[in-house]
Design a protein around this ligand. Structure first.
Ligand SMILES: Cc1cc2nc3c(=O)[nH]c(=O)nc-3n(C[C@H](O)[C@H](O)[C@H](O)COP(=O)(O)OP(=O)(O)OC[C@H]3O[C@@H](n4cnc5c(N)ncnc54)[C@H](O)[C@@H]3O)c2cc1C
Length: 261
């Protein structure tokens, strides 16, 4: 039977762009270009490699995001994924990580899966919690932060590198893994891949397709609330220490005054 791999990919605001908060203190996504989170490119790459090593496998990429999030799906399809699912609904506005994990888990269940592959964190929220939340909701083992991953005989195996030691981990499928930016360079989409992606299926689901009530997500369902937000003050010129024999002392005094030492 075909190995069904679902990769969670997030569409994030371009970090090089100017980002703002909207009036309700959510990120103003209309005003800034977005792209596939760079850390999720590693997840797509590992999923494609697992699929290439399997006799029969299908890679589905899944995103929860606004209309433009289709761009992230197209990029993943042009890298080689087989099909895509886009969950979009006006009621998702303001959804936090817990709500996002609910939507992802319901969509993954509906799609059917043997293995879920996620990134280690998004490049905007950077909480790194969604994969664990999704695995918990799906009731499957989670093997997170892997630098190396493979699937053999219904078992997913991988290596997690810590500061002092590396661990070899494995779990029976169905399972969820998240992969780090050390797992291997993500491939660039080829011209052929870009052309092929245009014809690959992209399904669109909303909350009713997933039996999720509006109150469970959005600002109303969020467990966190942004009370205030302020733009970061503009950078001021730094302190210049002119060394006339006392430079080291002045430097130490400055660091002490800033509580660095
Ligand atoms: C329209 C919309 C409005 C939102 N508004 C808010 C808001 O106001 N406040 C708020 O806290 N959050 C909001 N969110 C959710 C937020 O953007 C994050 O997706 C969520 O909080 C997860 O946190 P993170 O990005 O730190 O994920 P992490 O835990 O860092 O992500 C780890 C991995 O989980 C997967 N993943 C995470 N998010 C998604 C996703 N959306 N789709 C597919 N895969 C994903 C990726 O594989 C990623 O690499 C909104 C989301 C949407 C779609």
């Amino acid at each position: 039977m075909s190995l069904r791999i679902v990769v969670t990919v997030k569409y994030v605001p371009d970090a090089t762009g100017d980002r703002h908060f909207a009036d309700d203190l959510t990120v103003d996504r209309d005003d800034v270009d977005g792209l596939l989170s760079e850390l999720d490119e590693y997840a797509v790459e590992q999923a494609l490699q697992i699929a290439e090593d399997a006799d029969d496998a299908e890679v589905t990429v899944l995103t929860v995001g606004p209309e433009d999030a289709k761009d992230a799906l197209r990029k993943a399809l042009s890298m080689g994924a087989d099909k895509a699912i886009h969950v979009e609904d006006d009621d998702l506005h303001g959804t936090d990580a817990i709500g996002t994990s609910l939507v992802l888990a319901k969509a993954i269940e509906k799609a059917g899966f043997d293995l879920v592959v996620s990134g280690m964190a998004s490049t905007d929220g950077t909480m790194g919690v969604v994969p664990a939340l999704v695995a918990e909701r799906l009731g499957v083992p989670q093997v997170t932060l892997l630098s190396e991953v493979s699937v053999e005989d219904g078992t997913v195996k991988g290596r997690r590198d810590g500061d002092a030691a590396s661990e070899q981990l494995e779990a029976q499928l169905p399972a969820l893994v998240s992969v780090t930016d050390q797992s291997g360079e993500a491939r660039y989409p080829s011209f052929k891949g870009i052309m092929a992606a245009k014809k690959k299926p992209v399904e669109s689901w909303d909350l009713s397709d997933l039996d999720i009530e509006a109150e469970e997500v959005g600002l109303e369902g969020a467990f966190t609330k942004v009370e205030t937000a302020a733009a970061r003050p503009a950078r001021t010129a730094g302190t210049i220490v002119k060394d006339e024999g006392e430079g080291g002392k002045q430097l130490a005094e400055f660091l002490a005054s800033q509580k660095f030492i």
